[in-house]
Design a protein around this ligand. Structure first.
Ligand code: IMP
Length: 423
C-alpha cells in the first residue's frame, strides 16, 4: 500500500473511520496528524460499534502501531477515558500498539470554557463548534503559550506552567462572566492523567522515520474534512487545524516525498454539522436521511445538515489534497431516491463558479446548478461486488468520480467491513 494519506473530501463525517479500518488491514502503522477529540470515527466490526475520538482506528486490529502525531491537540482526560473504554471492550492499549507524541499540545479545561464562552458571545454568528476546546488550544499553540505532552508528564513543569496559564485564563474567564478554575483541581486531574500516559509518550518523528527505514507501510488518518481546514475551508466556519493532505506532513514530521498516495473519502451525498455555508443543503434529503436514523454526529449527537452531492466542492478537494483514489460511502443512503441531483457548478449573480469561492459569504449566496440522475430504487446494502450493484448506481458512482476528477477505488454500502466494494 506504501504510505497513504486519507482525507475527507467534504465537510467531515464522510465515513473515514470505516475506510481507515478497511485500509488498515494492509498498513503497519496508523498515524493521526491533526485535530483532537472533536473527531468521531465510527467503526463497526462484527456488528459491534466503536467510536474513536483520538486514538487511530487501527487500534481495532491486531499488531498495528497507532500513533498520535505532533499536529494533534490532545485532551488527556478524554484520551485516558477512551483507553479505558477500549480496555473494557477487550482491546488492550499498550505502549506496543499506541504511542503519543511528546510535542502534541494539551487541551486544558480553560480551552473548553473559552470555546463555549466565545460561541455564546458570537450569538447568531456562532461557528457551532464541538465545544471540545480545539480552537483555543490551537490558538495557544500558535501564540506559543501552550503546554505540550512533554510538559504534562513532568509534574514539576506541569505545576509551574499550569499555574501561570490558569492565572491568565481565569482573568479572561472572569471578564466573560464565567467561573474561574481551581488550579489545585486541574493540576490533580492532569497530573494523574500525565502519570498514566507517560509510558506511551515518545519522539514520534524519530519513531516514524525508524519505522519507514525498516520499510513498513503507513496510513495517515485524516480527521474532519477539506472544507473544515483552517486555510482551505469555509473560514471562519472551520476547525483550527490543517485537515487537508499537507497537514499529514507537518502533523507527523514525515516529509512530502515519502508520501505515495492520497485517498479521498466522500459520501454519495453531502453533510455538514455546525454553521457555515452548504450550497446543496436540501430539506427533503435531510428529512429522508434523518428518518432512516442516519446522519447524527458521532461526537455531539447533533443532527447533520444534509444535501445533494456537490462535485464543485469535491473537485476542489481533489485539487487541494492531490487525491488519487476515491472511496464513496453511504451509497445505500440514496437507495430510495427516485431522482438524484448532483451539483456541477455554482451561480452567483451573473458569475458561474466551477471552483469553491474563498469568501464564505459569497459561497453562502451561491445557487447550485444541478444535473439529474435516475435513482436505482433498489437496496444496495447486500451488494458485495461492482457487478452486483444496480447499473444506475454504477453510473451514478462513475459520474461523481469523474466530476470529482479522481479514480473510483471503493464504494461502501453500509457501515460493516463486509459492505465494502473494491472497484
Ligand atoms: P471545532 O473543531 O470543535 O472547533 O468545530 C469547528 C467546526 O468544525 C464546527 O462546525 C464543527 O461542527 C466542525 N467539526 C469539528 N470536528 C468535526 C468532525 O469530526 N466532523 C464534522 N464536523 C466537525
Amino acid at each position: 500500500m506504501a504510505n497513504t494519506i486519507l482525507v475527507g473530501a467534504q465537510w467531515g463525517d464522510e465515513g473515514k473511520g470505516k475506510i481507515i479500518d478497511v485500509l488498515t488491514e494492509q498498513a503497519d502503522v496508523v498515524v493521526r496528524y491533526a485535530g483532537g477529540n472533536n473527531a468521531g470515527h465510527t467503526v463497526i466490526v462484527n456488528g459491534k460499534k466503536s467510536v474513536l475520538h483520538l486514538i487511530p482506528s487501527g487500534i481495532l486490529r491486531k499488531n498495528k502501531l497507532c500513533v498520535i502525531g505532533n499536529g494533534v491537540v490532545c485532551d488527556p482526560l478524554g484520551l485516558v477515558q477512551e483507553m479505558e473504554g477500549l480496555a473494557k471492550s477487550g482491546i488492550k492499549v499498550t505502549p506496543k500498539n499506541f504511542v503519543l507524541s511528546e510535542t502534541a499540545h494539551v487541551v486544558l479545561p480553560y480551552h473548553r470554557e473559552l470555546d463555549a464562552q466565545r460561541e455564546v458571545i458570537k450569538g447568531k454568528n456562532k461557528i457551532g463548534t464541538t465545544k471540545r476546546g480545539i480552537g483555543p488550544a490551537y490558538g495557544d499553540k500558535a501564540a506559543r503559550v501552550g503546554l505540550r505532552i512533554a510538559d504534562l508528564v513532568d509534574s514539576d513543569r506541569l505545576k509551574e506552567k499550569l499555574a501561570a496559564r490558569i492565572k491568565e485564563n481565569n482573568a479572561v474567564l472572569k471578564s466573560l462572566g464565567a467561573k474561574p478554575l481551581s488550579f489545585a483541581k486541574v493540576f490533580a486531574d492532569y497530573d494523574k492523567a500525565g502519570k498514566f500516559l507517560k509510558p506511551f509518550v515518545a519522539n514520534t518523528v524519530v519513531l516514524l522515520h525508524d519505522a519507514m527505514n525498516r520499510g513498513v507501510e503507513m496510513l495517515f488518518e485524516g480527521a474532519q474534512g477539506t472544507f473544515l481546514d483552517i486555510d482551505h475551508g469555509t473560514y471562519p466556519f472551520v476547525t483550527s487545524s490543517n485537515t487537508t493532505a499537507g497537514g499529514a506532513c507537518t502533523g507527523s514530521g514525515v516529509p512530502p516525498h515519502r508520501m505515495d498516495r492520497v485517498v479521498g473519502v466522500m459520501k454519495a451525498y453531502t453533510t455538514r454539522v455546525g454553521e457555515g455555508p452548504l450550497p446543496t443543503e436540501n430539506q427533503v434529503i435531510s428529512d429522508l436521511l434523518h428518518g432512516m436514523g442516519r446522519e447524527f454526529g458521532a461526537t455531539t449527537g447533533r443532527a447533520r445538515r444534509c444535501g445533494w452531492f456537490d462535485s464543485v466542492a469535491t473537485r476542489h478537494a481533489t485539487m487541494v489534497n492531490g487525491i488519487d483514489d476515491l472511496a464513496v460511502t453511504n451509497l445505500d443512503g440514496l437507495d430510495t431516491v427516485e431522482s438524484i441531483k448532483v451539483c456541477i457548478a455554482y451561480r452567483h449573480g451573473k458569475k458561474r463558479y466551477d471552483y469553491v469561492p474563498n469568501d464564505a459569504q459569497v459561497l453562502a449566496e451561491c445557487e447550485p446548478v444541478y444535473a439529474e440522475f435516475e435513482g436505482w430504487c433498489t437496496p444496495t446494502d447486500k451488494c458485495k461486488t461492482w457487478k452486483q450493484l444496480p447499473a444506475k448506481a454504477r453510473a451514478y458512482l462513475k459520474a461523481i468520480a469523474e466530476l470529482t476528477g479522481a479514480k473510483l477505488f471503493i464504494a461502501s454500502v453500509g457501515p460493516g467491513r463486509e459492505q465494502t466494494i473494491f472497484v
